[in-house]
Design a protein around this ligand. Structure first.
Ligand code: OGA
Ligand code: MN
Length: 218
């Protein structure tokens, strides 16, 4: 617990690198993202909560669990910030949000995220996190919490360019690595995982009032 008080300040150079990559390519894959103590504490937190608090994941506003489970089978829990470690993660993302707004004028308004647990056999089929003009999700983030991940464990995130069949990037869900990508640009999927796989998926959003398409009938 002593390490909890260490600050989680983001280096300006890291924000510069992320902003540059997002502006030029739309995504960035990051290794050794957080201080070791923070990544370890997040791993303990997700494992502690996964045992009893997680619920089958939903998709958008669709509440049909039967339909959901054809698309994704992981379990999730939204971060509430009600523990010191969750707050540390949210603080870090808040610094990133402000840093990106200063550099890229993205107008990111807030950030929401959930822990995910893929048990052996779980997957998430190819999807987009947002459709142009239809969602306030702008920038997706996934952060991985799996030490000792090996090639036989499956569970890779595949990131695609548009309708392409072969992936642009293959991301193993390795401990303390992560990825950021523009939510409405890159379709992606999670291959079947062959062991427990833990992550935090989150979205930076713009204020919905400014992006909701105009609907005269409402
Ligand atoms: C998601 C998602 C990817 C991952 O939750 O929308 O695409 O690697 N997650 O966990
Ligand atoms: Mn997704």
């Amino acid at each position: 617990m002593t390490k909890m008080t260490e600050n989680t300040a983001l280096e300006e150079q890291l924000i510069d690198d992320i902003a540059e990559a997002l502006a030029t390519r739309g995504f960035i894959h990051l290794q050794h993202l957080f201080p070791q103590w923070l990544a370890l504490q997040l791993m303990h937190e997700v494992k502690r909560l996964a045992a009893f608090e997680f619920k089958p994941a939903g998709i958008g506003r669709n509440n049909s669990q039967q339909l959901n489970s054809q698309v994704r089978t992981d379990s999730t829990l939204w971060l509430s910030g009600n523990s010191v470690i969750q707050q540390a993660y949210l603080d870090w993302m808040e610094q990133l949000r402000m840093g990106l707004n200063r550099r890229l004028f993205m107008g990111l308004f807030d950030f929401e995220c959930h822990f995910s647990h893929y048990s052996s056999g779980d997957f998430y089929q190819r999807h987009l996190d947002a459709f142009k003009g239809k969602s306030n999700r702008i920038l997706s983030s996934v952060f991985y919490l799996n030490p000792h991940w090996s090639e036989n464990d499956g569970g890779e995130l595949l990131l695609y360019a548009d309708e392409q069949v072969s992936p642009l990037l293959i991301v193993p869900p390795r401990f303390n690595s992560g990825i950021l990508f523009l939510s409405d640009v890159f379709p992606h999927e999670v291959l079947v995982s062959r062991c427990d796989r833990f992550s935090i998926a989150g979205w930076f959003r713009v204020n919905s009032q400014s992006t909701e398409p105009f609907e005269p009938s409402q």
